[in-house]
Design a protein around this ligand. Structure first.
Ligand SMILES: C[S@@+](CC[C@H](N)C(=O)[O-])C[C@H]1O[C@@H](n2cnc3c(N)ncnc32)[C@H](O)[C@@H]1O
Length: 191
Protein backbone atom coordinates (compact mmCIF):
# COMPACT_ATOMS: atom_id res chain seq x y z
CA UNK A 1 0.00 0.00 0.00
CA UNK A 2 1.75 3.18 -1.15
CA UNK A 3 0.93 6.83 -1.43
CA UNK A 4 1.78 8.69 -4.67
CA UNK A 5 5.15 9.78 -3.27
CA UNK A 6 6.17 6.14 -2.83
CA UNK A 7 5.97 6.19 0.98
CA UNK A 8 4.15 3.28 2.58
CA UNK A 9 1.08 4.00 4.62
CA UNK A 10 0.41 2.15 7.88
CA UNK A 11 0.64 -1.56 7.07
CA UNK A 12 -2.30 -3.89 7.52
CA UNK A 13 -0.74 -6.08 10.21
CA UNK A 14 -3.58 -8.59 10.36
CA UNK A 15 -3.07 -9.19 6.67
CA UNK A 16 0.69 -9.44 7.07
CA UNK A 17 0.43 -12.00 9.88
CA UNK A 18 -2.16 -13.97 7.89
CA UNK A 19 0.18 -14.04 4.89
CA UNK A 20 3.05 -15.37 7.01
CA UNK A 21 5.15 -12.19 7.07
CA UNK A 22 6.60 -13.26 10.43
CA UNK A 23 6.67 -17.02 9.87
CA UNK A 24 9.74 -18.52 11.44
CA UNK A 25 10.61 -15.30 13.30
CA UNK A 26 10.36 -16.92 16.71
CA UNK A 27 13.76 -15.96 18.02
CA UNK A 28 14.00 -13.09 20.46
CA UNK A 29 15.89 -9.99 19.38
CA UNK A 30 19.63 -10.09 20.12
CA UNK A 31 19.43 -7.03 22.34
CA UNK A 32 16.99 -8.82 24.63
CA UNK A 33 19.16 -11.92 24.74
CA UNK A 34 22.16 -9.76 25.69
CA UNK A 35 20.46 -7.58 28.30
CA UNK A 36 17.47 -9.66 29.38
CA UNK A 37 19.19 -10.42 32.70
CA UNK A 38 18.45 -6.82 33.75
CA UNK A 39 14.75 -7.58 34.01
CA UNK A 40 13.74 -8.75 37.45
CA UNK A 41 9.97 -8.16 37.69
CA UNK A 42 6.87 -7.44 35.63
CA UNK A 43 7.60 -6.55 32.00
CA UNK A 44 5.31 -4.90 29.45
CA UNK A 45 5.85 -5.63 25.75
CA UNK A 46 4.43 -2.76 23.70
CA UNK A 47 3.23 -3.87 20.25
CA UNK A 48 4.26 -7.44 21.03
CA UNK A 49 3.42 -8.83 17.59
CA UNK A 50 3.37 -12.62 17.61
CA UNK A 51 5.22 -12.67 20.94
CA UNK A 52 8.80 -13.67 20.17
CA UNK A 53 10.27 -11.43 22.88
CA UNK A 54 7.48 -11.95 25.41
CA UNK A 55 8.08 -15.70 25.10
CA UNK A 56 11.75 -15.29 25.84
CA UNK A 57 10.97 -13.34 29.01
CA UNK A 58 8.30 -15.87 30.02
CA UNK A 59 10.84 -18.68 29.51
CA UNK A 60 12.94 -16.92 32.18
CA UNK A 61 10.02 -17.02 34.58
CA UNK A 62 9.20 -13.32 34.32
CA UNK A 63 5.60 -12.11 34.41
CA UNK A 64 4.90 -10.46 31.03
CA UNK A 65 1.97 -8.49 29.69
CA UNK A 66 1.86 -7.66 26.00
CA UNK A 67 -0.32 -5.19 24.19
CA UNK A 68 -0.93 -5.59 20.49
CA UNK A 69 -3.51 -4.19 18.09
CA UNK A 70 -3.54 -7.04 15.60
CA UNK A 71 -5.93 -9.86 16.47
CA UNK A 72 -4.02 -12.10 14.08
CA UNK A 73 -0.70 -11.33 15.77
CA UNK A 74 -2.28 -12.16 19.11
CA UNK A 75 -3.72 -15.40 17.78
CA UNK A 76 -0.23 -16.47 16.68
CA UNK A 77 1.20 -15.41 20.04
CA UNK A 78 -1.44 -17.38 21.91
CA UNK A 79 -0.73 -20.51 19.83
CA UNK A 80 3.02 -20.20 20.34
CA UNK A 81 2.64 -19.69 24.10
CA UNK A 82 0.31 -22.67 24.41
CA UNK A 83 2.71 -24.87 22.41
CA UNK A 84 5.50 -23.99 24.85
CA UNK A 85 3.37 -24.07 27.97
CA UNK A 86 3.92 -20.39 28.82
CA UNK A 87 1.31 -18.10 30.18
CA UNK A 88 1.47 -14.35 29.69
CA UNK A 89 -1.04 -11.54 29.84
CA UNK A 90 -2.18 -10.30 26.43
CA UNK A 91 -4.22 -7.22 25.78
CA UNK A 92 -5.75 -6.48 22.41
CA UNK A 93 -5.67 -2.73 22.15
CA UNK A 94 -4.20 0.44 20.78
CA UNK A 95 -0.88 1.44 22.29
CA UNK A 96 -2.04 5.04 21.90
CA UNK A 97 -4.18 4.34 24.98
CA UNK A 98 -2.00 2.19 27.20
CA UNK A 99 -4.24 0.44 29.74
CA UNK A 100 -1.49 0.22 32.38
CA UNK A 101 -1.16 2.05 35.68
CA UNK A 102 1.78 4.39 36.30
CA UNK A 103 4.75 2.66 37.86
CA UNK A 104 3.21 -0.79 37.47
CA UNK A 105 6.09 -2.43 35.56
CA UNK A 106 9.75 -3.05 36.37
CA UNK A 107 10.52 -3.41 32.68
CA UNK A 108 9.21 -2.28 29.31
CA UNK A 109 10.32 -3.55 25.93
CA UNK A 110 9.48 -1.99 22.58
CA UNK A 111 10.76 -3.60 19.39
CA UNK A 112 10.10 -2.09 15.97
CA UNK A 113 7.23 0.17 16.91
CA UNK A 114 7.40 3.95 17.11
CA UNK A 115 4.63 6.28 18.20
CA UNK A 116 6.34 9.39 19.51
CA UNK A 117 3.23 10.78 21.20
CA UNK A 118 3.08 7.86 23.68
CA UNK A 119 6.71 8.06 24.79
CA UNK A 120 5.68 9.84 28.06
CA UNK A 121 3.11 7.08 28.70
CA UNK A 122 5.71 4.37 28.12
CA UNK A 123 8.03 6.14 30.57
CA UNK A 124 5.20 6.51 33.09
CA UNK A 125 4.24 2.82 33.31
CA UNK A 126 7.78 2.01 34.44
CA UNK A 127 8.56 2.04 38.11
CA UNK A 128 11.56 4.08 39.23
CA UNK A 129 14.70 2.01 38.68
CA UNK A 130 12.89 0.03 35.98
CA UNK A 131 14.51 -0.98 32.72
CA UNK A 132 13.49 0.27 29.28
CA UNK A 133 14.62 -1.63 26.19
CA UNK A 134 13.85 -0.03 22.85
CA UNK A 135 14.98 -0.96 19.34
CA UNK A 136 13.66 0.31 16.04
CA UNK A 137 14.55 1.66 12.62
CA UNK A 138 16.50 4.80 11.87
CA UNK A 139 15.77 6.98 8.87
CA UNK A 140 19.29 6.39 7.57
CA UNK A 141 20.07 3.55 5.26
CA UNK A 142 16.60 2.35 4.40
CA UNK A 143 16.79 0.24 1.28
CA UNK A 144 13.11 0.78 0.58
CA UNK A 145 10.70 3.62 1.38
CA UNK A 146 8.95 3.57 4.74
CA UNK A 147 6.75 6.14 6.33
CA UNK A 148 9.28 8.52 7.97
CA UNK A 149 6.82 9.03 10.83
CA UNK A 150 7.77 5.53 12.00
CA UNK A 151 11.54 6.08 11.74
CA UNK A 152 13.99 7.62 14.18
CA UNK A 153 16.43 10.40 13.52
CA UNK A 154 20.03 9.89 14.53
CA UNK A 155 20.45 10.49 18.25
CA UNK A 156 16.71 10.79 18.77
CA UNK A 157 15.95 7.68 20.82
CA UNK A 158 17.84 8.51 24.05
CA UNK A 159 16.66 12.13 23.75
CA UNK A 160 13.05 10.91 23.79
CA UNK A 161 13.64 9.51 27.31
CA UNK A 162 15.30 12.32 29.27
CA UNK A 163 14.49 10.87 32.69
CA UNK A 164 16.52 7.75 31.97
CA UNK A 165 20.13 6.78 32.50
CA UNK A 166 21.46 4.94 29.44
CA UNK A 167 23.05 1.55 30.11
CA UNK A 168 23.64 0.78 26.45
CA UNK A 169 23.05 2.77 23.29
CA UNK A 170 24.03 2.02 19.74
CA UNK A 171 23.09 3.13 16.26
CA UNK A 172 24.26 1.25 13.27
CA UNK A 173 23.76 -0.90 10.25
CA UNK A 174 22.87 -4.51 10.92
CA UNK A 175 22.28 -7.37 8.58
CA UNK A 176 18.99 -9.14 8.95
CA UNK A 177 17.89 -11.89 6.59
CA UNK A 178 20.30 -10.70 3.93
CA UNK A 179 19.20 -7.06 4.13
CA UNK A 180 21.08 -4.24 5.76
CA UNK A 181 19.01 -2.02 7.98
CA UNK A 182 19.84 0.93 10.19
CA UNK A 183 18.57 0.66 13.73
CA UNK A 184 18.92 2.29 17.13
CA UNK A 185 19.13 0.23 20.32
CA UNK A 186 18.63 1.62 23.78
CA UNK A 187 18.74 0.00 27.20
CA UNK A 188 18.17 2.51 29.98
CA UNK A 189 17.17 2.74 33.61
CA UNK A 190 14.45 5.08 34.83
CA UNK A 191 15.88 7.51 37.34
C1 LIG B 1 7.16 -4.42 13.14
S1 LIG B 1 5.92 -5.20 14.13
C2 LIG B 1 6.86 -5.57 15.58
C3 LIG B 1 6.24 -6.66 16.40
C4 LIG B 1 7.11 -7.13 17.57
N1 LIG B 1 7.39 -6.08 18.51
C5 LIG B 1 8.41 -7.72 17.03
O1 LIG B 1 9.43 -7.01 17.03
O2 LIG B 1 8.40 -8.89 16.61
C6 LIG B 1 4.91 -3.85 14.64
C7 LIG B 1 3.71 -4.28 15.47
O3 LIG B 1 3.05 -3.14 15.97
C8 LIG B 1 1.65 -3.42 16.00
N2 LIG B 1 0.94 -2.15 16.07
C9 LIG B 1 0.88 -1.17 15.13
N3 LIG B 1 0.17 -0.12 15.58
C10 LIG B 1 -0.22 -0.44 16.85
C11 LIG B 1 -0.95 0.26 17.84
N4 LIG B 1 -1.44 1.48 17.62
N5 LIG B 1 -1.17 -0.35 19.02
C12 LIG B 1 -0.68 -1.60 19.28
N6 LIG B 1 0.03 -2.30 18.37
C13 LIG B 1 0.27 -1.73 17.17
C14 LIG B 1 1.42 -4.18 14.71
O4 LIG B 1 0.21 -4.89 14.72
C15 LIG B 1 2.65 -5.08 14.70
O5 LIG B 1 2.42 -6.29 15.36
Amino acid sequence: MRKDNGVRETPDWDDRYRKGFYDGADDPHDLLVRYGHLFTGRVADIAMGSGRDAMFLASRGLPVTGIERSWEGLRLAREAMAARGYSIGMVQGDAARLPFRSGSFQGVIVFYFLMREIVPDIAAVLDRGGILMYETFLKAGEDHPRNPAFLLDKGELPALFPGFEPIYYDEGFREHKGRVRATAQLVARKI
